[in-house]
Design a protein around this ligand. Structure first.
Ligand code: SF4
Length: 303
């Protein structure tokens, strides 16, 4: 049956003529929102930054990619790879250091592109110019954490930047023709359905090239985890998430590529929601919900 949304993996396969998989790499960058005494990072941030599990951290960038390739070829018969600089803020270092790591990734056989995850406040003009250079050389995505378009939520999450900061970074990237994938989270503490849909509308207004829709995960060892254990906020039930994700998809621009529709928390660190571990069931349920409604991506897009 036809997918009711624009699936990035299918699009990638068509563009490259074969299976393309992302391999997460950790180049050892840090994050301006962590570390200092009064800078404790986002409340959901785990020990290794947000996301990024299963990376062979003892190896350098090229070694991590070679290791990841072996796994991807064995498991998925992948043909080509995109090096995904995922944990922490992968544009927060001197330009020459960034260049050294990006070049190391592109030097690995069958790596056909880069995906660079970072924070909006780590994309100034100099970084945007550097990324534009790589955009001309390879297939590049800039992945920007937005989470929400509401400043009150961003303060609650202790993001350390506001929504205007995202808009500035986004504009700098788009002026240079970069592909941008925005990350948003459904189920953030204090957010209503209306708040979530407002963020979706913003992503539609901006007509982002790609989007990752994350389900809020609560990890052990995070401040969010402590808040959860104290009962300070309520997590979404599975059906609530499925309905909200379908609502968000309906609001997005039909051209936006959907790169992710749920979350992938590490089993051993995941406090809740445990139902999120059944990822395929969630994906099928979201697709089923859209079919049941007779709607699809962009059905309720306002732009
Ligand atoms: S921006 Fe990312 S790495 Fe930095 S504190 Fe937040 S979640 Fe952690």
């Amino acid at each position: 049956m036809d997918k009711p949304y624009r699936l990035y993996s299918a699009w990638l396969k068509q563009r490259f003529g074969g299976r393309v998989h992302k391999i997460s790499v950790d180049a050892g960058f840090s994050c301006p929102n962590r570390g200092a005494r009064l800078n404790r990072g986002c409340i959901f941030c785990g020990e290794h930054g947000s996301g990024s599990f299963g990376i062979a951290r003892s190896l350098d960038v090229a070694g991590q990619l070679e290791h990841g390739k072996e796994v991807m070829v064995r498991k998925y018969k992948a043909r080509w790879f995109i090096a995904y600089f995922q944990p922490f803020s992968n544009t927060w270092a001197p330009l020459e250091e960034l260049r050294r790591h990006y070049d190391a990734a592109l030097g690995v056989t069958d790596v056909v592109g880069l995906a660079i995850g970072t924070r909006p406040d780590c994309v100034d003009d100099a970084v945007a110019d550097l990324l534009a250079e790589y955009h001309r050389r390879t297939y590049l995505w800039l992945e920007l954490g937005v989470q929400s378009c509401h400043d009150a939520t961003l303060r609650r999450l202790r993001r350390g930047h506001d929504y205007a900061c995202f808009l500035t970074a986004y504009a700098a990237a788009k002026r240079r023709g970069l592909r941008v994938c925005a990350h948003i989270i459904i189920g953030l503490p204090g957010e209503s359905r209306r708040d979530i849909l407002a963020t979706a509308d913003e992503m539609a207004r901006l007509r982002v090239d790609g989007i990752k829709i994350h389900l809020l995960h609560v990890l052990r060892g995070t401040e969010l985890g402590e808040m959860y254990q104290r009962g300070e906020f309520k997590l979404l039930e599975r059906n609530e998430y499925v309905e909200l994700a379908a609502d968000v998809i309906e609001r997005l621009h039909p051209d936006t590529l959907i790169q992710r529709l749920t979350g992938d928390g590490p089993r051993d660190l995941l406090l809740a929601p445990r139902w999120s571990l059944k990822k395929w069931e969630i994906l099928n349920a979201i697709e089923g919900e859209l079919h049941r409604r007779g709607t699809r991506q962009g059905s309720s897009c306002r732009y």
